[in-house]
Design a binder for this molecule. Structure first.
Ligand code: SF4
Ligand code: SF4
Length: 68
């Protein structure tokens, strides 16, 4: 199973990563806020991730790491 991690402090909440996930499991977390004042991206059902790394590729701020 792939593992996706987010460096939440670097996230600027642009939401780009949520638009490219084929499994629609990347979402903006409404209940968290980072020190820059943004709601960071997070993942809901890690077991559905196929490790395509589209989310990591599109992120302009290198927040996301995908490990297979
Ligand atoms: S690696 Fe692919 S399937 Fe997994 S969260 Fe990122 S975009 Fe979605
Ligand atoms: S693309 Fe990067 S900066 Fe934008 S919401 Fe996703 S993780 Fe945050």
């Amino acid at each position: 199973m792939a593992k996706v991690t987010f460096n939440e402090e670097l996230c600027k909440g642009c939401g780009l990563c949520t638009t490219v996930c084929p499994k629609k499991i990347v979402i903006m977390s409404n209940d968290k806020i980072n020190s820059k004042g943004y709601h960071p991206a997070t993942i809901t059902e890690m077991d559905k991730c196929i490790g395509c790394a589209f989310c990591a590729t599109i992120c302009p701020d290198v927040v996301i790491t995908v490990e297979k």
